[in-house]
Write a protein that binds this ligand. Structure first.
Ligand code: F6R
Length: 243
């Protein structure tokens, strides 16, 4: 799997924004699946700047949600939707009918998975996925030990995810289950950017890129994709060894 290392978070974010922008230039009707979280926040701000400067037209794109906390409503500031709305959809003027995200309040999570699977199918598959890496190596909410042969599914959240996930919420929140695209979605998508930033990700990035390919470290599965690129800042890459 190819990787690129950038001087710092700022440079990394600019490069991620340019990758997304060039995808839209190449194919205005792209199907995009972009992660929430701290890692891509600045990249999305750069993307909004590029879009404003170059008068980008996102009106033919489709956005697919990567994941959501089950039981957390969209108006909660810790939800993935809240993040994407504030950092991506509103700044880019994305219309509601272009947005297909998991409803964390669904009464029927299985049906919700089928709904998102159907959107992806009808739209002809995902062109570009931008994913972050969790402290436990998760991708989306594909937690350690997850099955690789799944599309959208519901999953019991790992202890690390429940704890680390508190950073997105104003008050302590019970996080038990997630709803997420699966590794089949990732492996079937046309291109994947796996982005990581900061010293705290250095160890898991070493395991993901240089350890065994196994769902024990879900991010290592991205190496099976033939068109995936790891984009790291120098801190996140600092534990990689020469070979
Ligand atoms: C968010 C998501 C998660 C995050 C990961 C890293 O939609 O899918 O897998 O990408 O937990 O989170 P940050 O970027 O906050 O370190």
């Amino acid at each position: 799997m190819a990787f690129r290392i950038f001087e710092d978070h700022q440079r990394l974010s600019e490069a991620v924004a340019l990758e997304i922008a060039s995808q839209i230039k190449r194919k205005p009707q792209s199907v995009l699946c972009l992660a929430a979280g701290e890692t891509p926040r600045l990249a999305y701000a750069h993307l909004a700047d590029i879009a404003a400067r170059e008068k980008f037209d996102f009106s033919r794109c489709t956005f697919i949600g990567l994941d959501e906390w089950l039981g957390i409503p969209p108006e909660n500031e810790g939800s993935c939707f809240y993040f994407l709305r504030n950092n991506l959809f509103e700044p880019l003027n994305i219309a509601p009918d272009q947005i297909n995200v998991f409803n964390g309040m669904t009464r029927n999570p299985e049906e919700e998975c089928q709904r998102i699977n159907a959107v992806i199918r009808v739209k002809g598959g995902i062109d570009l996925m931008v994913v972050g890496v969790g402290m436990n190596g998760h991708i989306g909410f594909n937690e350690p030990g997850v099955r690789e042969d799944q599309h959208a599914h519901v999953i019991e959240l790992d202890e690390t995810t429940r704890t680390v996930g508190q950073k997105y919420f104003k008050e302590s929140t019970l996080l038990q289950k997630g709803i997420t695209l699966g590794f089949l979605d990732l492996l079937e998508s046309r291109r994947v950017l796996m982005v990581a930033s900061g010293l705290k990700k250095a160890n898991i990035i070493r395991l993901a890129l240089q350890g065994a390919i196994s769902t024990d470290v879900p991010a290592s599965i991205v190496r099976r994709h033939s068109n995936a690129l790891a984009m790291l800042d120098r801190d996140a890459a600092s534990a990689l060894t020469q070979d």
